[in-house]
Write a protein that binds this ligand. Structure first.
Ligand code: RVP
Length: 497
């Protein structure tokens, strides 16, 4: 006979937090939102963690390189969507890794024997106007000079003019040693009124470029998420079909972490994918798995070696899986059960496997609830799709700006790998819709506002960090009548002018 759950499955809007005692020490400015991204042993630090508990959904309409940079600047992480050719996904990863963060590995290089035409072609391809001249034309070759658009005049020079004849030569160039800190580099840039400072090693080989504009942005992002080379961190979605080709390419491009993107993750396909990664890369390569909605699914993926486990089926704003297939579970109930399973697994093995609550965040306070219920971080699609930095078009509909947002299971995305159960390699029926969401401005402004609410609520609960919130939170179910009481009621709203 089928198994019946005693209780209905519930979602975030059916719960509220009850405030706890907060001391005068417990103020939003002191709240830390740092959270583990990958599993770790008791008593040890996780190898990867984030400064805010937010990741962006593995979706065409959400996570490209531009959004990834904006989110890493605020302390979170994007998983670049995998429903695209391997080369273009790898290119997006490379773009994030190349992007500033203070010290940039030069991606626009020429040798002294190359020509003005080569310089112009490179500038057009990369959009960069500072080009390093190295002995062999490689990013880390011996530095000979620099070319910027101040060094040439296209109208006065022939395209075959050699780089060596118009570059700024090393003797006239201001450069510094690789140990130079960002602050020192910035001082040199200001003292010499230059825009770019090359850093070289003791063999005079180019290591980094430091740009004036980067330092200014750098100072504004106190939570930014960077790797040991001070490049922004970025994740990548993979599927359970082409991982033998995709994974090496993404790692080569610099992906910091991978995540298997599947609508339903309690499957042997996921285990085979993780096995491949462990066989080839051991524990060096980090990979999340999912999605699951119960304790059994969690344990399966934890035992298969997942570095984190993603929770949620059918709760996404654009998701119609529940209607189409009749599978899924209320997001709050799923999360609560998986969090208990995670804690039991930790107790038993001494290994803490972070969990990510994926989908269904409608109000900012849902994020706080998800954290209180045991999530280590939250994956959001609709939320990020609304911002300037998301990859989709902004359109004007009846006088209001909207952004496009479509599901990976929609006919538009055609991401059959995410839904395929080993069938005919096509999306047989849709599990997602194509939609619009209200445009909301910049990621930075919105994330800051959202997190100020999260920090404030945490203080109401007497918690100064996420583990403390998870320990102290008192969570209550609310009746449908009291949900009405929670909004403005029994008043006539004035027009918002
Ligand atoms: P939301 O934040 O509510 O927009 O949900 C985003 C999540 O929805 C994604 O991270 C993914 O798990 C799920 N998704 C993406 N596409 C589809 C679909 O087409 N059904 N669902």
């Amino acid at each position: 006979m089928a198994f019946y759950y005693e209780e209905p499955s519930r979602t975030f809007s059916e719960y509220l937090l009850i405030p706890g005692y907060s001391s005068v020490e417990c103020v939003p400015s002191k709240v830390s939102l740092e959270t583990p991204l990958v599993k770790f042993e008791k008593g040890k630090e996780p190898e990867l963690s984030m400064n805010i508990p937010m990741v962006s959904a593995i979706m065409q309409s959400v996570s490209d390189d531009r959004l990834a940079i904006a989110l890493a600047q605020e302390g979170g992480l994007s998983f670049i969507y995998g429903s695209q050719p391997i080369e273009s996904q790898a290119e997006m990863i490379e773009k994030v890794k190349r992007y500033r963060a203070g010290f940039v590995v030069s991606d626009s290089n020429v040798s002294a024997e190359m020509t003005l035409q080569d310089v112009l072609r490179l500038t057009e391809q990369t959009g960069h106007s500072t080009i390093a001249v190295t002995e062999d034309g490689s990013p880390n070759g011996k530095l000979l000079g620099i070319v910027t658009n101040k060094d040439y005049r296209v109208s006065r020079m022939t395209p075959d003019t050699r780089v060596k004849d118009f570059m700024t030569k090393l003797d006239d160039l201001v450069y510094a040693q690789e140990e130079t800190t960002l602050k020192e580099a910035n001082d040199i840039i200001w003292d010499h009124k230059i825009n770019c400072l090359p850093l070289v090693n003791k063999n005079q080989e180019l290591v980094y470029l430091v740009f004036r504009k980067d330092y200014d942005t750098h100072k504004k992002n106190e939570y930014e998420l960077i790797d040991s080379s001070k490049r922004y961190m970025v994740g990548a979605g993979i599927n359970t079909r082409d991982y033998e080709e995709r994974v090496p390419a993404l790692l080569k491009a610099g992906a910091d972490i991978l995540c298997i993107d599947s609508s339903e993750g309690f499957s042997e396909w996921q285990k085979l994918t993780i096995d491949y990664i462990r066989r080839n890369y051991g524990d060096r390569v980090k990979v999340g798995a999912g999605n699951v909605v119960d304790a059994e699914g969690f344990r399966f993926l934890a035992e298969a070696g997942a570095d984190f486990v993603k929770v949620g089926i059918g709760g996404g704003a654009i998701c119609i899986t529940r209607e189409q297939k009749g599978i899924g579970r209320g997001q709050a109930t799923a999360l609560i059960e998986v969090a208990k399973a995670r804690d039991a697994y930790y107790e038993e093995t001494g290994i803490y496997v972070p969990i990510c609550s994926d989908g269904g965040i409608v109000h900012d306070y849902h994020i706080t609830l998800a954290l209180a219920m045991g999530a280590d971080f939250i994956m959001l699609g609709r939320y990020f799709a609304r911002f300037d930095e998301s990859p989709t078009k902004r359109v004007n509909i009846n006088g209001s700006y909207m952004k496009e947002y479509w599901g990976e299971g929609s006919a538009r995305a055609r991401n059959w790998q995410r839904y395929d159960m080993g069938g005919d390699k096509k999306l047989s029926f849709e599990e997602g819709v194509d939609s619009f969401v209200p445009y909301a401005g910049s990621l930075k402004d919105n994330v800051n506002l959202t997190l100020s609410k999260v920090r404030s609520t945490m203080c109401n609960c007497g918690a100064i960090n996420i583990p403390e919130l998870q320990q102290k939170a008192k969570i209550t179910l609310v009746s449908s009548t009291s949900i009405v009481e929670g909004g403005a009621h029994d008043v006539m709203l004035r027009d918002k002018r």
